[in-house]
Design a protein around this ligand. Structure first.
Ligand code: UD1
Length: 339
């Protein structure tokens, strides 16, 4: 299918482009390149040996976006574009509602203009909030704890209501757990701007010498070793989940919420040990106070993804670690220095 990919130059977007092309789809990227580098798209082009067609456009720019849709006539959309830093979302709520919520509405308007009725949306397990039980299944109540989480849930609600009004549409709301790792080539990977918010890029930046040590946020949680437990998923598996979602959307109208994780949880200390084992490096770390807003543990119930999409994660922790290091060691400063 012709697939318009918003935010296609980002971490998950670039990995998804490779899987889309491998599956015979024709992606077209729309990105404002505010949090992503054009070099990332160039690297994808290099890997597939042809350029990725794209346009520089913000998802809130309705007239340009509609022109692009009229030109490309996509049969489906994958909507990655959005702001995603929890702490920043509390400081700049208007920007988060504007980009993540208003941006989704603008996108829907552009889709309607060309009768495009399939969308795969990049949501997050953060919409669940504190767990009543684990693993989270999709019926778990949603109680977002941050502005960021609220914007993701609002966008989900908008898309669900849009489906109700357009019963022939296919809306797939993918709730990602914690994506880590990189493509095996080491040419594309996660490249956070500034201070990394997330664990994995912090570990690789310590390993490459950009940071002195990792702070482990709390060792007094109610988990086996006291540190936070998360469901880390290899970004290539996550990318494949989007292809499976498109295949489903092509044939089946409906609105579905689907967890995308492995179903397996690892603690911060287990992540450090796994990285050290995979790379032979040592990660200096020390225990620090808990980070505000963090929960002890989260893990996905992945049965719906298996039954509905026929998808399950294939890559284990060692591959997540080795590939994350493959990317970071070959690109110590991310995309800022090209080679
Ligand atoms: C965070 C976001 C979540 C978002 C997800 C993916 C918060 C509260 N949640 O999830 O909304 O969807 O990223 O982008 O920010 N840790 C350390 N030291 C560090 C960094 C992290 O010990 O320097 C710990 C955390 O306390 C946590 C685990 O590592 O236990 C994973 O943290 P992180 O990678 O930030 O992901 P989440 O907090 O799960």
């Amino acid at each position: 299918m012709r697939v318009l990919v918003t935010g296609g130059a980002g971490y998950i977007g670039t990995h998804t482009l490779l899987e889309l092309v491998a599956a015979g789809h024709e992606p077209f990227v729309v990105d404002n390149f505010e949090n992503a580098s054009p070099r990332a798209l160039a690297r994808v082009g290099e890997l597939i040996q042809r350029p990725i067609p794209h346009a520089t456009c913000d998802v809130r720019d309705r007239s340009t976006l509609t022109e692009i849709f009229e030109d490309i006539r996509p049969e489906a959309v994958i909507h990655f574009a959005g702001l995603k830093a929890v702490g920043e979302s509390e400081e700049r709520p208007r920007d988060y509602y504007d980009v993540n919520v208003a941006g989704t509405l603008t996108l829907l308007a552009a889709m309607e203009a060309v009768d495009c009725a399939r969308i795969v949306f990049s949501s997050s397990a953060t919409v669940y909030g504190a767990p009543d039980y684990l693993p989270y299944d999709e019926a778990h109540p949603t109680r977002p704890l941050s502005v960021y989480a609220k914007t993701k849930l609002m966008a989900e609600d908008i898309l669900r209501d849009w489906h109700s009004a357009h019963p022939q549409s296919a809306v797939l709301l993918l709730r990602y757990f914690n994506p880590v790792g990189a493509h095996i080539s080491g040419r594309i990977g996660e490249d956070p701007q500034g201070w990394p918010n997330n664990l994995m890029p912090f570990i690789t930046q310590v390993a490459v010498g950009r940071r002195d040590k990792l702070m482990v946020f709390g060792d007094d949680y109610d988990t086996p070793d006291g540190t936070g437990v998360r469901d880390y998923i290899h970004v290539v598996d996550l990318a494949r989940a989007h292809v499976a979602a498109l295949t489903h959307a092509e044939k089946t109208p409906g609105a579905e919420v689907i967890n995308i994780g492995t179903g397996q949880g690892y603690s911060v200390l287990e992540m450090i040990r796994a990285f050290e084992a995979a790379t032979g490096l040592e990660i200096p770390h020390e225990i620090a106070p808990r980070r505000e807003g963090d929960i002890a543990a989260m893990q996905a119930d992945v049965r719906r993804a298996e039954t509905l999409l026929g998808w399950r994660a294939r890559h284990g922790l060692a591959e997540m670690m080795a590939s994350a290091w493959g990317w970071q060691s070959a690109n110590p400063q991310g995309y800022t220095t090209d080679n």
